[in-house]
Design a protein. Structure first.
Length: 141
């Protein structure tokens, strides 16, 4: 995964403290693919998820005050389980939309790899970046 930071969206308010939460190499079997031989069966995908979140440094040791990476992984699994996706692009956008519904998440980077997509390669896939629209008031969270 490229570890350059996700840009903080313009207009985001808050104390100016941000954190980068990540999940690397999440392996899920998905119904994905536009080709006939990919229909009606599951195949492995690997996901790297990076979130820019408000840094809850004052959260103490309370899990309910932070974005939990286990919850994020469960949300990603739930999106994948919705059914067949022809394109990894659509799956990436659906995941980004689901994650950005949490007002504590300011920006997302989603990388999806299909290890079996192309013979003689490690993987093929896509990486997208999405962020909140300008003017989002994170303090309303």
């Amino acid at each position: 995964m490229n570890h350059s930071p996700v840009r903080i969206p313009d207009g985001v308010s808050g104390a100016g403290r941000y954190a980068r939460l990540f999940i690397q190499g999440l392996a899920i079997d998905a119904e994905i693919g536009a080709w006939t031989h990919e229909k009606g069966k599951r195949q492995p995908i690997r996901l790297d998820i990076e979130l820019t979140v408000l840094d809850q440094g004052d959260a103490g040791d309370d899990l309910t005050h932070v974005v939990c990476y286990s919850t994020v992984a469960d949300q990603v699994r739930a999106v994948v389980a919705r059914g067949h996706f022809n394109l990894v692009e659509r799956l990436a956008h659906e995941i980004a939309g689901e994650l950005l519904a949490d007002c504590r998440i300011l920006a997302v980077r989603i990388r999806i790899e299909k290890p079996c997509a192309i013979a003689d390669s490690d993987a093929a896939g896509i990486e997208i970046r999405r962020e909140r629209v300008p003017g989002f008031a994170a303090t309303l969270c």
